[in-house]
Design a protein around this ligand. Structure first.
Ligand SMILES: [Zn+2]
Ligand SMILES: [Zn+2]
Ligand SMILES: [Zn+2]
Length: 258
């Protein structure tokens, strides 16, 4: 018991010293990401209070709101980060998830999905991306109501070679395919097909062109296919103003890549 007390004193002294001289502040290992269901409702002051409640008054150095309903929270030391990582804190009776900055465990949101899209459809998308579902698929509500806003979010683990999901995903509904936004923290533009950040879907080396059966481009960008405006093979297109049919380029004739 006496030892416990002295440990507490030591930690407390160290914290004061760190604050006073500004040393060892903002280390990556002492930074965690805290996911909330809606950043507008779960304000920074609520998050700060929850962290202080769990770790003590002077445990938190910064609380920065980020895209995807996430706060980046820097703590006083690695021990503090370890103490709350992978725990489920509660604010206003709602769970918030805490994880390390570099963790493959993330909360992914599918934004404002049609109610006709089933959770099973989401699960099969995740499976396709080799993303492991770690908890139930939850539905976000409008503030202070029981009405869902369509957004569904879930805790997942990315495979080691995947750091980002595509910004948009298509779901088959009765009238055809509808596209919806996918969001998580530290997201970057990746190929729809292989989730690589180095290229977009249209230039994916895994794709095989349906026109010429060569790898590395899709039919839309195939240099062997014919320009619909001038009826010339695309690489020799004589349109004025010229249409750039470069492989993988976002062409004026193409739909913008989402
Ligand atoms: Zn690819
Ligand atoms: Zn081709
Ligand atoms: Zn042309």
């Amino acid at each position: 018991m006496a030892d416990d007390t002295s440990d507490t004193l030591v930690i407390s002294d160290k914290r004061k010293i760190v604050r006073k001289f500004g040393r060892a502040i903002f280390s990556k290992d002492a930074t965690v990401l805290i996911s909330v269901s809606n950043i507008k409702v779960m304000t920074a002051s609520k998050v700060i209070a929850a962290v202080q409640g769990a770790l003590g008054e002077d445990s938190i150095l910064s609380c920065v709101p980020k895209n995807g309903d996430v706060y980046e929270v820097s703590l006083i030391d690695i021990e503090s980060a370890r103490a709350i990582v992978d725990k489920e804190l509660k604010i206003d009776n709602q769970p918030i998830f805490v994880r390390h900055l570099s963790s493959k465990v993330k909360v992914v949101s599918f934004m404002h999905l049609s109610g006709l899209i089933t959770d099973e459809q989401i699960e099969s998308k995740l499976k396709l991306w080799r993303v492991e579902l770690l908890g139930p698929i939850k539905r976000r509500r409008y503030e202070n109501t029981d009405v869902f806003d369509g957004t569904r979010f879930m805790r997942v683990r990315f495979p080691p070679d995947v750091s980002s999901l595509p910004y948009s995903v298509g779901f088959q509904i009765e009238s055809g395919v509808e596209y919806y936004s996918v969001r998580h923290d530290h997201q970057e533009k990746v190929c729809f097909s292989c989730l690589s950040p180095g290229h977009l879907n249209a230039a994916c080396p895994d794709r095989i062109c349906r026109s010429c059966n060569k790898r590395g481009h899709i039919q839309r960008n195939c240099p062997e296919s014919v320009c619909s405006t001038c009826d010339t093979i695309k690489k020799d297109c004589v349109c004025d103003p010229p249409i750039i049919w470069a492989i993988g380029a976002t062409n004026v004739k193409n739909k913008p890549q989402r």
